[in-house]
Design a protein around this ligand. Sequence first.
Ligand code: MG
Length: 389
Amino acid sequence: MRIVDIRETAIPLKSTLANSSFDFTEMTTSVVAVITDVFRSGKPVCGFAFNSTGRYACGAQMRARFIPRIIAAEPVSLLDETGNNLDPAKIFDCMMRREKAGGHSERSIAIGTIEVAIWDAVAKIADKPLHTILAERFSDGKIADKVFCYVGGGWYWPGQTIKDLQDEMRRHLDAGYTMVKMKVGGLPLDQDLRRLEAVLEVIGSGKHLAVDANCKFDRDESLRYARALSPYKLRWFEEPCDPLDFALFADLTEVYEPPLATGENLYSTQDVENLVRFGGFRAGRDVIQIDPPQAYGIAQYAKTLEMLSRRGWPRTSLFPHGGNQMSLAIAAGFGLGGAESYPGVFGDFGGFADDASIEIGTISLSERPGIGFEGQARLYRIMRELAAL
Ligand code: MG
């Protein structure tokens, strides 16, 4: 068997929302199709992925380096030992040829998106859901049937009132979620605290509410927010400051006892290791939110988990960023703390299978082979067109 073609296209997300730091009006994502010569029901098996949300499309690197390297490789050199399926680790090594150390995010998103599409193909060829394949390879075969899932919501939008925000949170609870996250840092602290208290009235307890500052604050403002938020004992306080300011993270852990969270803007195992070595991040308390398609993909994610495990971190402290079926399959397959959901936020790229159900804060998993994009009609239309299926 072999990879026949790898295609990519950039699609706009068409979102009008904003966090504390930027709006999403220009946001795009790269959709990737890996087309194989394996046939099922008369059609070629194709693996799909996209580069999650929050980072722009990265087709230039894919077209110039990573896709040509894979296509030029001897096909048999990319197969596993059975010769009947692709080997994601060999394909990763092929993409990394002639790449210099460091400088991760220049390539980690392009490579990670292709790598996740390869896994989708691998699972489809094996005729199993991706979460099952991952559980077999990385989690002693412990196969989840549902995953804890919380809503990343509470955005800022023009003309929004406190009541609008409370209504949004009520909708999430009515939909079956038990935990929500809201943005902070888009308004002065006193107004953000009024929003927070209004949401707590709906949610009931800080245990079920996280806040996300999207890296907005400088040192003084981070510490000021940390001190002000501390008494609410929130589930976590996400991205208070620059994602690489490990010294400031360490200082924040001195003044902020409840969990801190970060990781969606870290792109390598080494970056995450630096966070836990130098950022004061507390094993078993704080939360790490790497986005696997943006950080070299699933096999690298497994290596990051191994590193964290050596440093005493339980897998339940990891909540992959993304709010999509890729992160959901990864959360299920590796037995992580849970997944994020962005209901109705990122157009065709937010959300899960059309038939997924949320019950008491957990989401059901698709039994479709692969990641399960085929069960997400609007997104799958884009993927099918790209692959000309
Ligand atoms: Mg975030």
